[in-house]
Design a protein around this ligand. Structure first.
Ligand code: GLN
Length: 617
């Protein structure tokens, strides 16, 4: 194999035309290799870091991988994460959030796993369809290629064709995953599930091949494992971790680094055992124990020198930009510090939905509240309330005692819980409880206003009552012709035009154009807009050209904080850039919890200064 060049410019990296391609990139009847290497690919330009889980899933592979990627991004390297999912669904759009956690939507409209949200938040970087792959996508691509005659003469096999397609995608991401579509310095690969899962086996095999083809100095593999601590024994046990890592080594992959998840800090004894049984030096065995906030993990990794170990493994110390690193670290650490600092303002926030048993179903909402609360020194007690049985008659009984200072009605599909949400909106609207309606929550706020204030007694959405003369929410014209359910909604980032003198525009620092992410099939019925507006509901955010209503509000003279978006504001909230509608909600909740707060109080200052985010930062 040719020696790889480093990308620092001291030697010319080999290109796809050299012996690398001739060894691995040919597809013919005479060789067993099939690795469709993208045109112009330069080996050594990009380093790959692959994170695989052992023992069990749900340990936070995505968080680990994102934190490591962040450390390297802070050093001035461009990073591109990718999640490899083993399921056969083409994307996450058709998955039930109750089983799989929320469906995250990217700006380009990709419906993906919630881990992509973790990457976007930690890296403060927008991702695209290239950062997410499922087995369904890989197989679809291969079967379509086969039908086009792309493999003439060959029987199409898991190895080399399926693994070849995985490698092709990873290399394509390497070539385009940097800023503005430039090559990325590092690709972080997260394999979904656990080593040994049947459906992920071909990803692991593809990574073994990739590691061999790219060379040691361009590939770092990380095993995430779990240290058990049975209460009956009172000590940490590493056997399950050892067996899990052995399982990985059986696939032909030697981990370079091991992260041990555990409840408490992993003891030296347990780390030594893991080190001894896996050929990984002790400094490369990291204790990733439970913490107050995941946002403190990058600094903990750095303190243990994990970032430097990765740079050593990948021979990339010379790529570090220390000035960039100091700036990025200072900014992040001041945020991370305020997460754990004592908070001034306790507030109660109710999330009124139907998937309240599983917090992951609303993971981004949870995060968006946390971001805003941290910036405003609020201590939110978030209560997840199932509204499925709420009616106009019993809602006050259910909510009165909870002393909620703010309420969010989140997005959703299907009829169950809708009447309960409508009753809940009436409750908060008539009592001045700060309110944020998200997608379906925005739609039910429109329905409630139409029924109770605008006199449209049978107002509803055609999603729930198709043959209705009181439709105030109806199917988007583009959606009527669509038949399939996967990837067919109005999806992804869209511009929202805001009225200049509105609360919405105030929240967004005086802007009159913002970009938010959508995922819906229904919209406010254009025929009733005038009637609703003359009854006092303001459509302060609209599509720049089409009659699609995208944000509502009530005047602050009528209600302290009543806003809603047809979009999902939670998807664009980032730790260092909290989403303004959540900032407004938390500020209004602080004001409600502290009616005697002096005029210069935090919420007053925030709600009445023209540049709230700069002021609060
Ligand atoms: N079910 C509604 C629609 O399709 C709302 C969707 C949502 O809340 N994401 O328009």
């Amino acid at each position: 194999m040719p020696h790889s060049g480093s990308s620092s410019g001291d030697s010319t990296p080999p290109t796809a035309s050299d012996s690398f391609l001739s060894q691995f990139g040919r597809s013919s009847e005479t060789t067993e290799f099939f690795s469709p290497i993208p045109e112009g690919y330069q080996r050594g330009r990009t380093a790959f870091v692959a994170v695989m889980g052992t023992v069990m899933s749900g340990l936070g592979k995505g968080i680990f991988s994102a934190s490591l990627a962040k450390l390297l991004k802070d050093k001035g390297l461009s990073v591109a994460p990718i999640k490899l999912e083993g399921y056969l669904n083409v994307d996450s759009g058709t998955l039930n959030p109750y089983r799989h956690g929320e469906v995250f939507v990217l700006d380009d409209g990709t419906e993906c796993d919630m881990d992509l949200g973790t990457y976007e938040r930690l890296l403060d970087q927008n991702l695209t369809v290239r950062n997410f792959t499922t087995a369904g996508q890989i197989y679809t691509e291969i079967l379509e290629r086969e039908r086009r005659g792309g493999y003439l003469g060959r029987d199409v096999q898991m190895i080399p064709h399926v693994t070849g397609e995985v490698k092709r995608r990873l290399r394509e991401l390497a070539m385009t995953g940097g800023p503005d579509g430039d090559p990325a310095d590092m690709v972080f690969i997260e394999v979904g599930g656990t080593i040994g899962d049947y459906e992920n086996g071909f990803y692991v095999e593809a990574l073994r091949e990739l590691a061999f083809e790219e060379g040691k100095e361009n590939f770092c593999s990380v095993a995430l494992t779990y240290i058990l601590e049975p209460p009956t024994l009172g000590e940490q046990k590493s056997k399950a971790a050892q067996l899990g890592i052995k399982r990985l080594m059986e696939t032909g992959i030697q981990p370079d680094l091991i992260a041990c998840r555990a409840e408490h800090e992993v003891s030296d004894t347990a780390r030594q055992k893991v080190s001894m049984f896996s050929n990984v030096p002790l400094p490369r065995v990291f204790s990733m124990h439970d913490r107050d906030s995941i946002y403190t993990i990058p600094e903990a990794m750095r303190a243990q020198g994990l970032d430097r170990e990765v740079l050593t493994i990948l021979d990339r110390h010379q790529r570090v930009d220390p000035v960039h690193e100091d700036g990025a670290r200072a900014q992040w650490n001041s945020y991370a510090k305020s997460i754990t600092a004592p908070r001034t303002h306790p507030i109660n926030i109710g999330i009124l939905g139907k998937y309240t048993a599983l917090r992951d179903a609303y993971a981004s909402i949870d995060k968006a509240i946390e971001h805003a609360a941290t910036h405003l020194s609020a201590k939110p007690d978030v209560q997840w309330i199932d509204v499925s049985d709420f009616t106009r008659n019993n809602t006050a009984d259910a909510l009165d005692g909870l002393d909620l200072h703010a309420v969010i009605v989140p997005g959703g599909f299907g009829e169950r819980g809708v009447e309960g949400k409508i009753a809940a909106v009436e409750y908060v609207r008539t009592r001045g409880v700060p309110f944020l309606g998200i997608c379906l929550g925005f739609q039910v706020a429109v329905i409630e206003y139409a029924r109770t204030v605008a006199g449209i007694d049978n107002a509803h959405s055609t999603e729930f009552a198709p043959a209705l003369d009181g439709a105030v929410i109806s199917e988007l014209p583009d959606q009527k012709a669509i038949e399939g359910l996967g990837g067919t909604m109005r999806l992804g980032g869209q511009d929202v035009r805001l009225d200049a003198d509105s609360l919405m525009s105030f929240l967004f620092d005086g802007k009159t154009s913002i970009r938010e992410r959508f995922r819906h099939r229904f919209e406010v019925e254009p025929a009733v807009i005038e009637q609703l507006e003359s009854a006092g509901l303001r459509f302060s955010g609209r599509h720049p050209e089409q009659p699609i209503m995208q944000a509502i509000e009530l005047p602050t003279t009528v209600h302290p904080y009543f806003v809603g978006g047809q979009f999902h504001p939670e998807l664009t909230s980032r730790p260092l850039h909290p989403q303004p509608m959540f900032m407004g909600l938390v500020a209004a909740a602080i004001a409600r919890a502290n009616p005697d707060l002096p005029a210069k109080s935090i919420s007053e200052r925030w709600l009445h200064t023209p540049t709230p985010q700069t002021e609060m930062a």
